[in-house]
Design a protein around this ligand. Structure first.
Ligand SMILES: C[S@@+](CC[C@H](N)C(=O)[O-])C[C@H]1O[C@@H](n2cnc3c(N)ncnc32)[C@H](O)[C@@H]1O
Length: 234
């Protein structure tokens, strides 16, 4: 299959100058954004489903249309696989029946990750497959490693896997993981066999290089700063 997907272009020549400061800020100042009611409801349903399954968890964060959620559920039949995306439109697309051990949830990850940590979820595997790159330097804070929710994402622990068609995103993510946890994440070229997601399929068919990071993280809720008197917003 041939496709023509544009490569990421950026005005950065290397990791963002402000990256480490952003990570340190996220580690020091609590994220005060209130939790949206719809994500609380969606989380409660997912939590009940997970409790009924009684199986180890795999999170597919930013699952898009849920193809990867389906494939992971087939690859790991003894696990419960939860795909989360904020786009109702993407989640509604018909990609065939969901395996019994898979669940798709419409929710904002900024809230969902914090709720998951508060509920003591401990994903064995946690996938971030082709997150939106936000390649303009001014948009660092929208990349997951530049966002104030980053400590909560890491604190869940487990085997965290990030894939991207933008090497710099993965490099920055590795630097941020190391700053926050002291863990050295492994970064390598990724040759899909077979492709796990539609975005992976599209980039691969366009001949783009793909990158992958894997980090083995301990469950560490203490990474997330707690509100206390006088703390500034993140
Ligand atoms: C580039 S797409 C990749 C989708 C899929 N993982 C794939 O590889 O085909 C990024 C996805 O992240 C989702 N997303 C971005 N920010 C999100 C957030 N705060 N909460 C939940 N989903 C989010 C978008 O809706 C979109 O579906």
């Amino acid at each position: 299959m041939h496709a023509s997907s544009r490569t990421v272009t950026t005005n950065q020549s290397g990791p963002h100058d402000d990256l480490i400061r952003r990570v340190e800020r996220a580690l020091a100042h609590p994220l005060r954004k209130p939790l949206a009611a719809h994500t609380r409801d969606a989380f409660a349903q997912a939590d009940a489903w997970l409790g009924r399954r009684g199986a180890p968890l795999i999170l597919d964060a930013g699952c898009g249309v849920g193809v990867s959620t389906r494939r992971l559920a087939e690859r790991f039949p003894e696990h419960a696989v939860i795909g989360v995306d904020r786009s109702a439109d993407r989640l509604a697309r018909d990609h065939g029946p969901l395996p019994a051990n898979a669940l798709l949830v419409r929710a904002d990850l900024v809230d969902f990750w914090r709720l998951a940590l508060a509920a003591d979820w401990r994903p064995q595997r946690h996938y971030l497959l082709y997150p939106n790159p936000y390649p303009k330097a001014a948009h660092l804070k929208m990349r997951w490693h530049g966002h104030p929710v980053f400590p909560a994402l890491l604190a869940l622990g487990g085997r965290l896997e990030l894939r991207s068609n933008w090497r710099l995103y993965v490099e920055e993510f590795a630097l941020a993981v190391e700053r926050a946890t002291g863990e050295q994440a492994e970064l390598a070229p990724h040759l899909p066999d077979p492709c796990l997601t539609p975005f992976e399929q599209k980039y691969h068919a366009s001949g783009q290089s793909l990158w992958r990071l894997v980090a083995a993280l301990p469950h560490s809720p203490s990474l997330v700063p707690q509100p206390d008197a006088g703390a500034a917003d993140g």
